[in-house]
Design a protein around this ligand. Structure first.
Ligand SMILES: [Zn+2]
Length: 136
């Protein structure tokens, strides 16, 4: 047994506002979400982060996220939503158990989209080449 907070929620050792679960995946409300209905979708097995989650498990997590997002639109009247994953401390990951955020959005809710940065001359091609070389 590990001390991971989300594993404890999955094992029902710590209470959470669980909104959905199946054999592999659980969804519960973020205790301090950006909007009502902000939900965390987690694999029931422990994986540290998105990058270390086996690809074959991501499909179920994404399917549950879609189900939750559509429920938030129907049940809470959210006209839109964001899906997000913070992978690593620099990206804002706080709990070291893979989780995907489903964030219902409302007109004028005060949250900003991320701000884009333009590439320097030639930088985009260099970055694309590095990624392509690593992916192939
Ligand atoms: Zn865990």
């Amino acid at each position: 047994m590990n001390d991971c907070l989300f594993c404890k929620i999955v094992r029902k050792e710590i209470p959470a506002a669980v909104v959905y679960e199946n054999g592999l995946t659980m969804a519960f409300l973020d205790i301090k979400g950006i909007n009502p209905g902000h939900t965390l979708v987690v694999p029931k097995d422990h994986f540290d982060d998105f990058a270390s989650t086996p690809p074959e498990r991501l499909g179920d997590i994404a399917a549950v996220a879609q189900k939750v997002a559509k429920a938030a639109m129907r049940a809470l009247g959210a006209p839109a939503f964001n899906i997000g994953v913070n992978n690593g401390a620099e990206a804002g990951q706080v709990i070291g158990h893979m989780h995907l955020h489903v964030m219902p959005r409302f007109k004028g809710d005060g949250h900003e989209h991320w701000h884009g940065k333009p590439y320097a001359e030639g930088e985009m091609e260099t970055v694309a080449e590095k990624l392509k070389a690593t992916l192939s």
